[in-house]
Design a protein around this ligand. Structure first.
Ligand code: TMP
Length: 208
């Protein structure tokens, strides 16, 4: 089972992921958590290039190739082997981040991106994707306070707005794969909503 968490900046997905993993382990699943970009020694090196504030001249096409390179490595080295072993893989961001950020955010052609994504992931798709939806300004404020402020956060507000709207569009295109969680709620309520969404999905799968 392959489950991904997505969301704009400051949606809280990275801090929710460990709790969700622990909860699912408690339900008897063998859980593996990972994140993008990164999740492998090679991917973590690529992540550093992508996040560095002084890499301002990084072109959007270079940027996307780096994200995809990190993802290809993660799929082959971590995700596919774990799925073969019957694990439940929980991944902090995956291909939908590329469509939302590089596609809707930067305006790169979505059809081209989908072809590139298929190549990078060997057509691996999540079974379920959880969107932690948060108002862009609130998310960026949270991030400034709590997290590392990186090159990608520094893009204009309008960019992040397009990213959020892009996520909503992706949900509309594939409603059966997506669940939208209101991440403006208190942390405990978000935690509960995530647990319920995953359990409901797994139950439906078992009943299929
Ligand atoms: P995060 O670890 O805080 O989620 O940061 C990752 C950043 O990288 C975030 O700004 C989203 C961005 N990103 C893309 O632009 N495209 C991608 O394909 C991925 C995986 C992330």
């Amino acid at each position: 089972m392959f489950i991904t968490l997505e969301g704009p900046e400051g949606s809280g997905k990275s801090s929710q992921l460990p709790d969700l993993a622990e909860f699912l382990s408690g339900q008897g699943w063998d859980v593996l958590t990972t994140r993008e970009p990164g999740g492998t020694p090679i991917g973590d090196q690529i992540r550093q290039i992508l996040m560095r504030l002084d890499n301002q001249e990084l072109h959007p096409r270079t940027e996307i190739l780096l994200f995809l390179a990190s993802r290809a490595q993660l799929v082959e080295q971590v995700i596919k082997p774990a799925l073969r072993e019957g694990k439940l893989v929980l991944c902090d961001r995956f291909g939908d981040s590329t469509l939302a950020y590089q596609g809707y955010g930067h305006g790169l052609n979505l059809d081209t991106l989908r072809i590139m994504l298929d190549f990078a992931t060997d057509k691996l798709k999540p079974d379920l994707t959880l969107l932690l939806d948060v108002d862009v300004e609130t998310g960026l404020q949270r991030k400034r306070k709590e997290d590392e402020w990186n090159r990608l956060d520094a893009y204009a507000l309008a960019f992040h707005q397009r990213v959020r709207e892009g996520y909503h569009e992706l949900c509309r295109q594939e409603p059966e794969r997506w669940r939208v969680i209101d991440a403006m709620q208190p942390k405990e309520a978000v935690q509960l909503a995530l647990r319920q969404a995953v359990m409901q999905f797994l139950q439906e799968k078992i009943n299929d």
